[in-house]
Design a protein around this ligand. Structure first.
Ligand code: AMP
Length: 193
């Protein structure tokens, strides 16, 4: 399996780039944000618990996330590879993911870190809010999400740098240019195998 993680602050374009990546490389998309929003919409027991965290811009507790990941990964067991989008977001999740993959005799092939200036992130999400109707796409929650990202997710950059898996991509360019850079990174690593 060829597994990729796409990392970056809220609004950096992870969702958009993920759609291009899964289409070109035939990977299965695992977006914890999408999975959680589905639970909220369906008013499941988990949905009712996680809504409070999402609406306030906080991370959902690790134990709930890991359970969701187990279920999703199990369902997509037969795919060519997985693209993790919005996961992991804490060191605990990253270490746990490494353990699960090791157990399955698999691993993360590469981590893409999409970088976008903070004001641009804020403006992109505010723009997106006009169509997204997401309860967490409002100015107060966006600030909180960016703050939570810096505190809890940024340490993962070092975690993956130490594993020599980190590839930084500027997310400031037009979508097609960003994707071209991503393609060249993925192709280089695929060809190395
Ligand atoms: P996203 O769509 O990835 O921006 O996620 C939206 C919200 O869902 C986040 O602000 C968190 O509240 C929650 N969430 C998504 N993925 C995770 C994760 N891996 N760990 C904790 N909370 C998450």
């Amino acid at each position: 399996m060829f597994n990729i993680i796409i990392l970056g602050a809220p609004g950096c374009g992870k969702g958009t780039q993920s759609a291009h990546i899964i289409e070109k490389y035939g990977l299965s998309h695992i977006s914890t944000g999408d999975m959680l929003r589905e639970e909220v919409e369906l008013h499941t027991a988990i949905g009712d618990v996680v809504k409070k965290f999402i609406d306030r811009g906080y991370l959902v507790p690790d134990d709930i996330i890991m359970r969701e990941i187990f279920v999703a990964a199990l369902k997509k067991n037969k795919s060519k590879g997985l693209l993790f989008d919005g996961f992991p977001r804490t060191l605990f999740q990253a270490e746990y993911l490494d353990e699960i993959l090791q157990h399955k005799k698999s691993k993360i092939a590469l981590v893409l870190q999409l970088e976008v200036d903070e004001e641009e992130l804020f403006n992109r999400i505010l723009n997106r809010s006009l169509d997204s109707h997401r309860s967490d796409d409002n100015s107060e929650t966006i600030r909180k999400r960016i703050e939570v990202y810096k505190k809890q997710t940024v340490p993962l950059i070092d975690y993956y740098r130490k594993q020599k898996k980190l590839h930084i991509v500027s997310g400031m360019a037009p979508v097609t240019d960003v994707f071209q850079n991503i393609e060249s990174i993925i192709d280089k690593i695929k060809n190395r195998k």
